[in-house]
Design a protein around this ligand. Structure first.
Ligand code: IVH
Length: 676
């Protein structure tokens, strides 16, 4: 059925509108309308096209989801070759480059543009009369693969140009990449599905773009960023400067890096390189360096090209994040929760700017999946500050006689049986409190900077303290004496004094730190903060049920169970008691969450005076706090009750004056029992 004129007009209006919204969303990062509204427009266009299939045109935004799969990717001859760049690895290389440029142009200083060097896949996009007609990979620089069907599926690729001065012909050069976070997620999903995983975002982008079935590409999180023009007709449309070209590209609808910068002379370039290197980890995409380009396009033309690289540009390369090395051994580490983690011992290698000699292997399943064996030559990757990782094995270099890895059946530290935690694909030592490795891990965690912050208590020292039976748990730390420390290896008078002081100093802590330090499973810093805020004091937290815990925002059934189980264990309660006895203390949290307010005595303030027969003052305090009550040390008008034992102090007189309610021991006990 041929679409009536109104439907044709409406479809065109929708296409334009959706295109504008895509531009605002993907290029400007500044959406004009909410997602639901966008979805509504999209849906309307889809409906129209379904009713009148003749309305479907290739450049319709609905066609991004992918057309029919191809038998093979065709070839495309680039009208202007896609050049490569000469590389520089030092400041000297950049200085040399600048010297050559200045000499050839007879100009000084030179205006440059510095840009991130994206680590993806170079593409060439061809627009005729403003409409995308072809997308190609770089290939050998002269001939690439035709990936038009896949390019169309990338949301950031404009299907037609917006704005004015639209050239009759335009070839835009850019990089297709997969952002870091999306790469990690995508790889995890692939692993779960048992599909092939990719060693880095670059390979993932290349693999995704070179698919025969565009529906597959459409599901991959690919992004485009443009950095130049290959050819253009008429040439007069092009501005004078490269920096203006980038702005023009953006106005036509192309995503351009917001990080490009105009700089003067090579010193300016160098400063940019340093800044970008600092930013490298925080950028959402991978970069492998900086591209420096002569800004003036006429100067670029004068400088020209040697063999296959332009004289007007250079790539300053950052340290590589990947390297090959030999896997010497697989060691098993036992963490504080008993999880056995296999760690690769590597022949030391420089990667990601640092010397690496260990890499995580995650778990047995991962090792089997990647078939990693001792003696293998492995591909190691260290991106940013993440732990180095063995991403794959070079099978061709595997020595003969190697055998697959097997997780030990017994804990390598305490010999206890290893049990499989299928839910988390982990192997766990069942030694619990008896396993010195778990013990060491818990003490290390307790003393760590973000927990109790006991400075100077490092791994080696903890090892010795455990070996010499000076400590068994964290509470023992507060009983350590100078003479005990002095018998340890590598510790003198000064460091022993410092350690004793640091332990003393750590007693003054905060409730969130203390909760985090306890090392309850899955209670990290954020959860510890939430718990402290909700319950205000430790006593209230230890008294609540699993169900009550689950009512706290962001605390699910698993964490609630871990917390409740932890506080139910007599040995844990004992350790907490001993810690408090030793003087570990924290100010009460100021604000209480809704759950705490729901406790029977919340909002009520007590003071205790004199001695009680049935319990100590500390026990009475703890009981009151259990029920949500606040316990002050001195009487003021803010106090609701004074609990009066035998031989009361001056508080009694003061309370009588202020007409504060008095509770003798019998009334106090009745209050406690009635509220439980
Ligand atoms: S300009 C003639 N700018 O680096 C200059 N290239 O070896 C052509 N690349 O695969 C390239 N980011 O895809 C330029 N901001 C950037 C770039 C960039 C990444 C890639 C390019 C090509 C390689 C050049």
């Amino acid at each position: 059925m041929v679409a009536p004129i109104e439907a044709q007009q409406r479809a065109q209006a929708l296409r334009i509108s959706i295109n504008e919204h895509n531009y605002a969303y993907y290029v400007l990062d500044d959406p004009i309308i909410p997602d639901v509204e966008y979805d509504r427009l999209f849906q309307e266009l889809q409906d129209l096209e379904r009713t009148y299939p003749d309305l479907i045109i290739l450049e319709s935004p609905t066609q991004r989801v992918g057309s029919q799969p191809l038998k093979a990717l065709g070839e495309v001859k680039h009208s202007a070759p896609m050049l490569s760049l000469s590389n520089g690895f030092s400041k000297e290389a950049l200085v040399d480059f600048d010297r050559r440029v200045r000499a050839r142009l007879n100009a000084d200083p030179i205006s440059y543009v510095a840009e991130p060097k994206f680590d993806g896949l170079a593409v060439n996009l061809l627009y005729q009369e403003g409409v995308l007609v072809q997308g190609a990979t770089r290939g050998d620089g002269f001939t690439g693969e035709n990936v038009t069907h896949n390019i169309r599926t990338i949301s950031t690729v404009p299907l037609w140009l917006r704005g004015d001065k639209i050239p009759a012909l335009l070839e835009v050069r850019g990089e297709v990449y997969m952002p870091k976070a999306q790469f990690t997620r995508f790889n995890q999903e692939q692993a779960v599905k048992g599909n092939r995983t990719f060693i880095n975002p670059r390979n993932a982008a290349a693999g995704s773009l070179r698919q025969l079935d565009p529906a597959i590409t459409a599901r991959r999180p690919l992004v485009l960023c443009c950095y130049g023009v290959g050819s253009i007709e008429p040439e007069e449309v092009l501005p004078i400067w490269h920096s203006e070209t980038l702005i023009q590209l953006q106005q036509w609808g192309f995503p351009v890096s917001p990080n490009f910068k105009e700089v003067m002379g090579i010193e300016g370039c160098w400063e940019y390189c340093q800044q970008l290197l600092e930013l490298r980890e925080s950028l959402p995409y991978e970069i492998d360096g900086v591209v420096i380009k002569v800004n003036n396009l006429a100067q670029q033309r004068d400088l020209g090209v040697i063999t296959r690289a332009p004289r007007w540009a250079i790539a300053y390369k950052f340290p590589a994040q990947e390297a090959l090395t030999c896997l010497l051994d697989i060691e098993i580490q036992v963490g504080r929760t008993g999880v056995l983690t296999p760690v690769a011992k590597l022949s030391p290698i420089f990667v990601g700017g640092v010397m690496v000699s260990k890499a995580t292997l995650h778990n047995e399943h991962e090792i089997q999946r990647k078939d990693i064996r001792v003696g293998d030559t492995v591909y190691v990757r260290r991106a940013g500050d993440v732990i180095p990782e063995v991403v794959k094995v070079i099978l061709e270099r595997r020595p003969t006689g190697s055998y697959p890895f097997k997780m030990p059946k017994q804990c390598p530290v305490c010999n206890a049986e290893v049990v499989k935690d299928t839910e988390r694909a982990a192997a766990r030592c069942s030694g619990g409190l008896y396993c010195p490795a778990q013990c060491k891990g818990r003490i290390k965690h307790f003393a760590s900077r973000r927990a109790m912050d006991i400075q100077g208590l490092g791994e080696k020292l903890i090892d010795q303290l455990i070996q010499k039976a000076l400590i068994k748990d964290v509470a023992d730390l507060y009983q350590l004496r100078m003479d005990q420390l002095l018998i340890l290896e590598g510790i003198g008078q000064k460091s022993a004094t410092n350690l004793i002081n640091a332990i003393e100093h750590s007693k003054d802590t905060t409730l969130p730190r203390f909760l985090y330090a306890l090392g309850i499973r899955e209670v990290g810093e954020a959860t510890a903060q939430i718990l402290a805020k909700e319950f205000g004091c430790l006593e209230a937290l230890t008294a609540v049920s699993e169900e009550q815990l689950q009512q706290v925002n962001s605390i699910g059934p698993t964490i609630a169970a871990h917390i409740a189980t932890f506080f139910r264990q007599p040995h844990n309660r004992q350790i907490i008691y001993r810690l408090q006895q030793a003087g570990v203390r924290w100010p009460e949290e100021q604000q209480h969450g809704s759950l705490f307010r729901a406790l029977p005595l919340s909002g009520k303030t007590f003071v205790l005076t004199g001695s009680l027969e049935s319990m100590t003052r500390n026990q009475a305090k703890a009981q009151l706090q259990h029920l949500g009550g606040k316990v002050n040390t001195s009487v003021s008008s803010k106090v609701d009750y004074l609990v009066v034992g035998a031989h009361p102090g001056s508080s009694l007189e003061k309370a009588e004056k202020l007409k504060i309610k008095l509770l003798d021991e019998a009334h106090f006990l009745r209050l406690l029992t009635s509220k439980v």
